[in-house]
Design a protein around this ligand. Structure first.
Ligand code: ADP
Ligand code: MG
Length: 348
């Protein structure tokens, strides 16, 4: 027999739509942290401070010194599909980390969100509250500069998702990991992450005076030993540029978790890129050993589609073969050079 019809077709309410969408963008506290810290970076902040309680489950509190928002912008910022970053609905030339206008609306749909901000040069600050998708009035706030976002009781409105969270410790660790990745790509920004009692991660801003700001920052995050055992990568092919630092084969690890890959400043997890790295090192490392590296691929915006996945961790390239070829040859050349230098040093 035919299944019984559940009812007539109807359009879902805005609140339900937002909760469903939130499930894709905000998987766990670390994804909220990623979205919010990316917003701070997009706002030109030079310092971003993050506090997480219970792995971000009970509180995510992020302050920045970026350009801020005025009262009207605050009210719009928490609406779905509201963004200041797509100037003329151009999805090709995306320069910012955000562009979907979904993060704040999604977080507001599943948590209690307080967004406070003072626009640069403005005399007063404003705040707006959103709880489980219900938006309050914009009201005066006390904030000296920039933007502060407090997210309480993440997923209180979607209890099913709450059940999938791991221990506070592993949720916290996931947030540390994403902040480290963003910090690698932005040495000019100072970051701190604390659990309220203890600072778990701190990276001071590295000014233009530093010789190689990126290597300094990588050393601060991956350890001085990495700094001493890494070779610089700088290669170009048909408008694509690969820069960064790759660990010597002698500095390998038992896990492939220490490979940090970026496309146009955006941390990505991409099979094509990790596959190319494996290919480049295969003559240098045993199968169960993996290099430590941080590679930054910069490509013309029309060469890459970042709009593949709501969390923007995946990308598509117009010419995958070109990307793979660039990575493999740049790494192989650098490794061969380093090997040659090492052997001549020993011989001489
Ligand atoms: P998106 O980043 O894709 O634009 P969001 O929902 O993350 O979408 O943010 C919506 C808008 O709110 C942004 O486009 C920006 O104008 C504003 N905004 C969010 N966070 C900040 C911040 N920390 N400082 C200044 N403006 C912000
Ligand atoms: Mg955003």
């Amino acid at each position: 027999s035919l299944p019984e019809k559940a009812g007539i077709i109807r359009l879902l309410s805005e609140r339900t739509i937002n909760r469903i969408a939130a499930g894709e963008v905000i998987e766990r506290p670390a994804s909220a942290v990623k979205e919010l810290v990316e917003n701070s970076i997009d706002a030109g902040a030079t310092r971003v401070d993050v506090v997480l309680h219970e792995g971000g489950r009970s509180l995510i509190d992020i302050s920045d010194n970026g350009i801020g928002m005025d009262a009207g912008e605050l009210a719009l910022a928490v609406e779905r599909h509201a963004t200041s970053k797509l100037k003329d609905d151009d999805l090709v030339h995306i320069m910012s980390l955000g562009f979907r206008g979904e993060a704040l609306a999604s977080i507001g749909a599943v948590a209690r969100l307080t967004l406070s901000s003072r626009a640069q040069g403005a005399a007063e600050a404003w705040k707006v509250l959103v709880e489980g998708g219900r938006k309050g009035q914009v009201s005066p706030a006390a904030l000296s500069a920039g933007t502060r976002i407090e997210v309480r009781d993440l997923f209180f409105a979607t209890p099913a998702r709450l059940k999938f969270l791991k221990t506070d410790r592993s949720e916290f660790q996931a947030a540390v990991d994403i902040i480290k990745r963003l910090a690698m790509a932005h040495p000019e920004v100072a970051f701190s992450l604390s659990d309220g009692d203890r600072v778990a991660f701190r990276a001071p801003s590295i000014g233009a005076l530093a010789g190689d700001a990126r290597l300094e920052r990588l050393g601060a995050i991956l350890g001085r030993e990495f700094q001493e055992n890494a070779i610089e990568i700088d290669a170009e092919r048909e408008g694509l540029r690969l820069t960064g630092y790759a660990g010597l084969p002698t500095y390998s690890r038992g896990q492939a978790t220490h490979q940090y890959l970026f496309v146009n400043g955006r941390p990505v997890k991409d099979k094509l890129l990790t596959g190319a790295v494996r290919g480049a090192y295969q003559d240098y490392l045993a199968r169960d050993r993996h290099p430590v590296l941080a590679l930054f691929l910069d490509v013309p915006t029309e060469f890459v589609d970042v709009n593949v996945h709501p969390a923007k961790a995946e990308v598509r390239f117009r010419d995958a073969g070109l990307v793979r070829g660039l990575i493999v040859s740049a790494l192989r050349h650098a490794l061969a050079d380093a090997g040659h230098r090492a052997s001549t040093t020993v011989a001489g």
